[in-house]
Write a protein that binds this ligand. Structure first.
Ligand SMILES: [Zn+2]
Length: 456
């Protein structure tokens, strides 16, 4: 399995295909199509959903950052220890299959499996133990000259970002080839974060539909070069894999142009649901750096690809004011108000409000009270306050040109099925159960994902 983070159908099947001769050849003898992502379509939890068949609520993963219960602003990032359901490689390990997993998030600390696990892009910088078994780490260090987990990508020096991403991906695939050659693996999976970073840093140079499209041939070419090099690395790995293997390319979600940011906390202030003490903060101030008047605050939010709105509930929050009944009627009122928000052009902003208890089989961990998408996620949510307008052209957390979308991809090369051509859309949550079925293992019945017949 080769996991290409953030790759949308347009990216792989159209925009960069001319720079990917190997992928063109792969597509000619494979079944491919759209892989529909999850709620929310974010790297963490999407890969964990894919490899468990459990929904994000059951896993207790709602994105990168989670609020610590009983606090207003304390946040934690999930790790591999946060996983509340076994992944495909845990099931396979249990029945004695040999598995190798490189970079699947959340993968730090590297889980102990029957084989090798190299941790993911969320690995903390410097000195961490990132390989299981640790005895392998020195040889991966030697091979790569220091294993690169990620690149600082929300930055203005796009040339540096592009070059570092090409180098990072090259090293990841060198590790993959090195580990592939070690033994006859039953299951081998590689995650590459590079495409996601390329999209964030380069989307406005590659997509004329971007509202701030820039016709810059050097940066456009650098993004195309990234995909050309990725294609070569994929080819070099598949040359080792041989024709008898089932090969699956997948992405966790797609990407699309970022229209801008909607300032969710400034909006809550304007609506009178959030109240600050003291003078108006300067533009771009984090809400936690202001003085919130909690006695006059019904709701506050955290920004990101989607808005996480929290209600200030009596007995749950340190200075809560809403009784559970009041919270329920306020939630309905807030949903109506959000639906009425207009985009800068005058049309609806397309707010879509999701309630964790309604969309997940179980709500474990620390879910927001409301999850809100704007414009099918083409508008990010800015959590910072003090802006002079409710809409920003740029991400409030650094230069950024793309946001996520719901359509990812799959490409299946299967000597067993022999299927080719464009296939029906498949669901990300069904991929893990489909892999288990291919190994003759039962699907855990309490999960949402189901094996896809004839897929592999
Ligand atoms: Zn992702």
């Amino acid at each position: 399995m080769i996991g290409l983070d953030s790759v949308a159908p347009w990216v792989l099947f159209e925009r960069f295909l001319p720079w990917m001769p190997r992928m063109r050849q792969i597509l000619s003898h494979s079944r491919y199509g759209t892989l529909t992502s999850i709620d929310p379509p974010i790297t963490v939890p999407a890969w964990a959903v894919m490899f468990s068949g459990a929904d994000a609520g059951t896993l207790g993963l709602y994105g990168f950052r989670h609020r610590r219960p009983g606090t207003y602003f304390d946040q934690y990032l999930p790790t591999s220890r946060s996983l509340r359901e076994p992944m495909v490689w845990d099931h396979l390990s249990r029945v004695g299959r040999r598995v190798c997993v490189i970079g699947m998030p959340p993968g730090f600390p590297p889980p102990h499996i029957n084989g090798v696990y190299v941790s993911d892009f969320l690995t903390p910088e410097g000195g961490a133990e990132y390989v299981y078994p640790p005895s392998l780490q020195p040889e991966l260090d030697r091979l790569t000259g220091g294993y690169p987990f990620d690149v600082r990508f929300r930055a203005d020096d796009r040339e540096r970002v592009g070059r570092e991403l090409i180098e990072m991906t090259r090293k990841h695939f060198a590790v993959a080839r090195h580990l592939w050659a070690k033994e006859a693996w039953d299951f081998f999976a590689l995650h590459e974060i590079g495409p996601d970073r390329i999209h964030h840093a380069f989307w406005k140079f590659i997509d004329p539909r971007h509202p701030r499209f820039e016709d810059n041939s050097a940066l456009r070419s650098l993004a195309e070069e990234y995909y050309a090099r990725l294609d070569e690395e994929i080819g070099a790995l598949l040359d080792l894999v041989g024709p008898e293997a089932q090969v699956l390319f997948v992405s966790d979600h797609g990407s699309q142009r970022m229209l801008g940011c909607f300032c969710i906390n400034d909006w809550l202030l304007q609506q009178g649901h959030l109240t600050l003490q003291g003078p108006r903060p300067t533009a771009g101030t984090a809400l936690e750096d202001t003085s919130v008047d909690w006695a006059r605050t019904r709701a506050w939010a955290a920004g990101g690809y989607y808005a996480r709105i929290f209600l200030n509930i009596k007995g749950r929050e340190p200075n809560g004011i809403l009784t559970p009944d009041q919270a329920e009627s306020f939630r309905v009122h807030l949903t109506d108000e959000l639906a009425a928000v207009r985009a800068p052009g005058g049309g609806s902003l397309g707010a879509k409000v999701l309630l964790p208890r309604e969309i997940y089989r179980e709500v474990r961990g620390d879910a927001p009270d409301l999850m809100v998408y704007f414009g099918d996620l083409s508008w990010r949510s800015a959590g910072t306050v003090g802006h002079s307008a409710l809409f920003l052209d740029e991400n409030d957390t650094g230069p950024d040109d793309s946001v996520h979308s719901f359509d990812g991809v799959y490409v299946v090369t299967s000597p067993a099925s022999g299927a080719t051509g464009l296939g029906s859309p498949a669901s990300l949550i069904d991929i893990g159960p489909t892999i288990l079925a291919a190994f003759g293992l039962p699907n855990p019945p309490h999960l949402v994902g189901r094996p896809i017949a004839g897929f592999l």
